[in-house]
Write a protein that binds this ligand. Structure first.
Ligand code: ATP
Ligand code: LTN
Length: 330
């Protein structure tokens, strides 16, 4: 079975966009791949973050993953900061990354452009840590958003460089980027992505939003004045977004929804989407609360850490031997 790995930073609360665009895919992958999913909390500290918030986001993320249907029997779910091998291999890979290579990373360049002061060295070297996360487990595939593809390519280059210099060390990973269309838009500005860092909370549905609040957000979503129900993302982006959300949550094809709503108004469609979102969030949050109350999070992370930790321990020991860092005979 091929191995797949992905991580998510606990820097904000998860949105319906994260669910439809990313988490739902993980649920499918867990049947066909040996799946490793981890909370990239060492990456979250590359920018200032309140410790209480970080801790809460981390727990929420684990509980939400499970509430969405990630099955700890099939998937190894672990916490990056609990495995010191990540930073150890991260340092080793930092020492094999060139300044020019890291300077070319567009995410770093964008952040530099936006954030005039207070850029940390960690933000600069973070792609080397991300490469360590991936190469540690010999992942064949890494599902990521388009913005992260360049980082996976760096991991590929580092793997090849290492294999060339020291002999076979790492599997060269491949990024998997979701098909186009896997992009849920803001409810208030449907030409922009629904994002956890969006300023207007009315545009974003948080997975932990009160379901009745989420219902209101759908009812007040921006549409258009054409008054025809059809799927036309270019001219009717708000409507297309609502159709995509309904189709994703109900598994009903968009065409069939469009047919059902012929001759009806936007209000009718919004009501059905609002109900679907209301029901989805109510069920999800009930499971979420159950998981939090069960105290199982610690147990699941511990089991995941143990499984991932064994692989990480072996890998770092092997790499240290190859580099001449270990002097004792084994
Ligand atoms: P931010 O909003 O702060 O830029 P984000 O919501 O994009 O963050 P990430 O942690 O970068 O969060 O994304 C996690 C995963 O969710 C990625 O695979 C990304 O492609 C996916 N994702 C995020 N927002 C959407 C969206 N609106 N539609 C579809 N997929 C999304
Ligand atoms: N950098 C990613 C999170 C991340 C990751 C990884 C994803 C850290 N390590 C390894 C895939 C594989 C982000 O900012 N979303």
């Amino acid at each position: 079975m091929k191995r797949m790995l992905s991580g998510i930073k606990p820097t904000g609360r998860l949105t319906l966009g994260n669910y439809i665009g990313a988490i739902r895919q993980f649920l499918e992958y867990q049947n066909d791949y040996e799946l490793f999913i981890f909370i990239a909390n060492m990456h979250a500290i590359t920018v200032p973050i309140d410790p209480k918030e970080l801790k809460q986001n981390t727990k929420d993320l684990i509980a939400l993953y499970m509430a969405c249907g990630l099955d700890s029997e099939k998937t190894t779910l672990f916490l990056q900061s609990d495995l010191p091998q990540h930073t150890e291999l991260g340092w080793i890979l930092t020492c094999h990354s060139y300044m020019g290579e890291l300077q070319r990373m567009t995410q770093y360049k964008d952040k530099c452009a936006k954030q005039e002061s207070g850029i940390t060295a960690g933000l600069f070297t973070y792609p080397a840590l991300m490469a360590a996360d991936i190469l540690m487990y010999d992942a064949d595939y890494v599902p990521v958003g388009v913005d992260q593809k360049q980082h996976v390519e760096l991991a590929r280059n580092l793997a090849e460089r290492f294999n060339h210099r020291y002999g076979d060390s790492f599997v060269v990973p491949e990024p998997i980027v979701p098909k186009v269309g896997a992009k849920i838009m803001s409810l208030q500005n449907p030409t922009k992505k629904m994002s956890k860092s969006e300023e207007n909370p009315k545009g974003t549905i948080d997975l932990l939003d009160e379901p009745s609040v989420a219902r209101k957000k759908i009812m007040s979503a921006v549409t258009d004045s054409l008054g025809i129900i059809q799927y036309d993302p270019e001219n009717q982006p708000g409507l297309a977004n609502l159709l995509t959300i309904l189709s994703s949550l109900s598994n009903e094809p968009i065409d069939s929804i469009v047919n059902r709503f012929q001759g009806k108004g936007y209000g009718d469609l919004k009501k059905e989407v609002a109900e679907a979102v209301y029901n989805f969030l109510s069920e999800l949050q009930a499971k979420y609360r159950e998981i939090i109350a069960s105290g199982k999070i610690d147990e699941i992370i511990q089991a995941g850490n143990e499984k991932a930790g064994k692989i990480a321990y072996k890998k770092v020991a092997k790499i240290k031997r190859k580099l001449g860092l270990s002097i004792q005979k084994r």
